[in-house]
Design a protein around this ligand. Structure first.
Ligand SMILES: [Zn+2]
Length: 83
């Protein structure tokens, strides 16, 4: 069974629907027993929705981008340029 680190590593691929069904079952089993990972998962899923919706309409406010970058240490601007 996957541990927390493995689960979180697969999180992005899961949200991109890139995981094989066995991997998804492993994740689901882990999430059922792990509140920490559940919360991280939900947070990332919601964040993705917000970013997607915002990208369709107007650019995210810089203050929000800065906060997200601080949380995740990622550069969302770079991401959306590549998409
Ligand atoms: Zn976990």
């Amino acid at each position: 069974m996957a541990d927390c680190n493995e689960t979180l590593k697969e999180l992005d691929r899961f949200l991109d629907n890139e995981l094989a069904s066995e991997a998804i079952s492993d994740l689901s089993v882990h999430l059922e027993g792990c509140v920490d990972c559940q919360q991280t998962f939900q947070f990332h899923a919601e964040l993705r929705n917000i970013v997607k919706l915002s990208a369709k309409q107007e650019p995210l406010p810089q203050s929000l981008i800065t906060r997200i970058e601080q949380c995740f240490g990622t550069d969302l601007n770079e991401d959306s340029e590549n998409a």
